[in-house]
Design a protein around this ligand. Structure first.
Ligand code: SF4
Length: 682
């Protein structure tokens, strides 16, 4: 039977098994377009902007899973579907709500969640932690509780499935998580939540993951099926450009790395001596050779630090601030720094890596290892990771003839001392995605409520390395009645929100919020910078401040829980934060009837990455404002305003405290791309 006919049958079956369900037009269009793409194979990628409420999840789940099942019935080569989301809430929704709907409708598939190691409880780590006498009794008690909980099998070991009401969970979790542990020959292997979860992935043909896990899987731990055997769905795919770029960001705090070679490098020396010299396949390294490696590293890092500190001090004088970034643009990396890295540091790290790698390989091949050797092996692996991270950062910093521009900078994030952090990150990452994911995948579906900026897909496609030729495009309107249910207020008389006017602008928001939020229970106020948010809070009277839940004072999860609790009790609650607070925020009905936005969310001009992107845009005869800043601001504005109307029943008010929306030509462009809110200018 044709896939499109099978899809029709599945929608009918859902209508019969799910009370009150009527397929939405958007869902049907989306399913059929995806089915077409999967059948015709004219392109491997489809990019879909599906307005909020159009029913995206079922729209992509039905065709992809049915196609996979159909294919697997007729072929020895088995396909899987990997659905990657940007947040845990959507993963939970898929696993507990949407996928069971398909199972009830008769589709027969195996689901598994693929989460990063750090989200799993490690029993061995927990037992080892209890030996630590430095823990306070509350920590010890929590670890004991977690061990019992996991043993009783009423918890799957995932941090997300713990009731997060223990105030010390966040500080304790890294000590009991499965991040950075060596699982080979672990006595708790059979009862381990991580191992059980990984086995479930091997048996599954529908895997729910997050974007970051897919990126790391492309390069390192292969726990997901190979791309050519996978139909990928990236939900909330507007996050991809940033999350993929972040995954390629190399960063190295010089002081932490240098510690490995300080105090006569006793730890590092002993690891190399003990582990490397166990390896019969590697030539023995004499104490003299090791000492030479250590001296080389110490001297190289000391010289490097001196150069970096000097440059940071110069920048501090210019900026009149301790927290600075020394960015390398026109002249690339400083010549003295390059010389030190190229001539001394990277060759020495390469030698250490070579010795450690061959020794670890040899030890891993041995059938039996004593407890002592196992401990040494773990230390050696951790040392190897540090060396590799440093090597990658230094190599990228000194890379000159790359066709891909790289943002390179030294940061100082400390106010009481100068502690250089070396950073490098590729600016354009689209071609990596195209070559390593889209081209290799069986098929990819990209979807989000917000992809077009200023009315086109251009900016998004450039960022992810696609063109109109290699992806199909589809837009599905939101079914919500924005015109009748939401009013957008723009105050024309407020000071222009630039840096010079920031104080006056902030003061006028303080005045406006009193009237704008007066008749609402639940609200959200968003700032473009922490600086303006802090000033606003300082000047806000206690009458409103008492209702506020402030970002950076509590975890996001707790803030939202407290906000909902207050609304449920009929109390007012105003969430205040920056853009990141609004991402993925889903507070329907009374939980959110007011959304305020301090100003058009242009990017952070002090960010070295944004700065480098603008530099290379100009170099290629582009216009950074038109080509980057405005489309990105448009995307953020649509995302932020989109928090207000989440269901057919939602109603409320938006306020944007930025007169440029009505007084500047680009403001009009931005207004035209927002949903059709009723606009009121006062
Ligand atoms: S198998 Fe690995 S994650 Fe599991 S308990 Fe052992 S060391 Fe921890």
């Amino acid at each position: 039977m044709k896939l499109s006919n099978e899809i029709k049958h599945i929608f009918n079956a859902i209508s019969q098994t799910k009370v009150g369900y009527i397929p939405r037009d958007g869902q049907l269009i989306m399913s059929n377009q995806i089915a077409n793409m999967l059948e015709q194979r004219e392109s491997k990628v489809i990019t879909i902007e599906g307005g909020t409420g159009c029913g995206k999840s079922l729209g992509y789940l039905i065709p992809t899973i049915q196609k996979m099942l159909q294919h697997n019935q007729n072929s020895t080569e088995q396909l899987s579907v990997v659905i990657a989301t940007a947040n845990v809430a959507l993963q939970q929704q898929l696993i507990h709500s949407e996928l069971p709907i398909l199972e009830k409708a008769g589709l027969n598939f195996n689901v598994a969640l693929a989460a990063g190691r750090g989200r799993y409880f490690c029993l061995s780590n927990a037992i080892k932690s209890l030996e630590n006498t430095n823990f306070d009794t509350r920590e010890t008690q929590l670890i004991e509780e977690l061990i019992v909980k996991q043993g009783n099998e009423n918890w799957d070991g995932l941090k997300d499935n713990l009731i997060d009401d223990n105030p010390i969970l966040e500080q304790t979790w890294p000590k009991v998580s499965a991040q950075n542990v060596q699982c080979k020959k672990c006595p708790n292997h059979d009862n381990c939540p991580l191992i059980k979860a990984r086995k479930a992935i091997d048996k599954a043909n529908v895997i729910v993951a997050n974007h970051a896990l897919v990126w790391s899987d492309l390069t390192e731990n292969r726990i997901l099926p190979a791309p050519d055997k996978t139909i990928y769905v990236f939900d909330e795919c507007h996050h991809i450009p940033k999350s993929f770029r972040d995954s390629l960001h190399k960063s190295l705090k010089l002081s932490s790395f240098a510690k490995l070679f300080e105090k006569d490098a006793s730890d590092t020396t002993s690891i190399i001596t003990s582990v490397v010299n166990m390896d019969e396949a590697t030539p023995y390294i004499s104490a003299n050779e090791i000492s030479l490696l250590m001296t080389n590293m110490k001297d190289g890092l000391r010289t490097l630090k001196n150069y970096a500190v000097f440059m940071i001090q110069q920048q501090q004088t210019i900026n009149q601030s301790e927290l600075v970034n020394v960015q390398f643009l026109e002249q690339d990396i400083d010549i003295q720094i390059r010389f030190e890295i190229d001539q001394r540091i990277t060759p020495t790290i390469a030698q250490i890596i070579h010795h450690l790698e061959s020794a670890i390989r040899w030890l891993n091949q041995q059938k039996k290892l004593s407890e002592q050797v196992k401990k040494e092996l773990l230390k050696a692996m951790s040392l190897l990771r540090s060396m590799q991270q440093a090597y990658d950062t230094f190599v990228m910093l000194t890379q000159v003839d790359s066709t891909t521009p790289i943002a390179k900078w030294i940061a100082n994030k400390s106010t009481h001392t100068i502690d250089p952090i070396f950073n490098s990150v590729y600016i354009e990452t689209g071609h990596f995605l195209k070559e390593n994911l889209f081209d290799k995948s069986h098929a990819t579906i990209l979807t989000s409520a917000t992809l077009r900026t200023l009315g086109t897909f251009d900016r998004y496609l450039t960022q992810v390395g696609l063109t109109f030729k290699n992806t199909q495009l589809l837009c599905i309107q939101s079914p919500f009645n924005y015109k009748d249910n939401a009013i957008l207020n723009i105050t024309n008389s407020m000071p222009i929100p630039n840096l010079q006017n920031e104080k006056e602008h902030t003061e006028s928001i303080v005045k406006k919020i009193k009237t704008d939020f007066k008749h609402h229970l639940g609200g959200l106020l968003l700032f473009s910078s922490k600086r303006q948010m802090s000033a606003f809070i300082e000047w806000l009277g206690d009458d409103i401040l008492n209702h506020c839940k402030l970002q950076y004072t509590d975890s996001r999860q707790n803030l939202i829980a407290r906000h909902k609790q207050d609304i449920d009790q009929g109390k007012k609650s105003l969430l205040i934060g920056c853009q990141s607070l609004s991402e993925g925020l889903d507070l329907p009905g009374e939980y959110l009837t007011y959304v305020g936005i301090a100003k058009i969310p242009f990017g952070d001009i002090s960010s070295p990455i944004d700065n480098a992107e603008a530099f290379y845009c100009r170099k290629n005869n582009g216009n950074p404002f038109k080509d980057i800043m405005l489309p990105d601001a448009c995307s953020r504005l649509i995302q932020s305003t989109g928090r207000l109307i989440r269901t057919m029943e939602c109603k409320g008010s938006l306020a944007i405290y930025d007169s440029r929306l009505v007084n500047k030509q680009y403001g009009q462009l931005l207004l035209n791309t927002l949903p059709s809110y009723r606009v009121q200018v006062s």
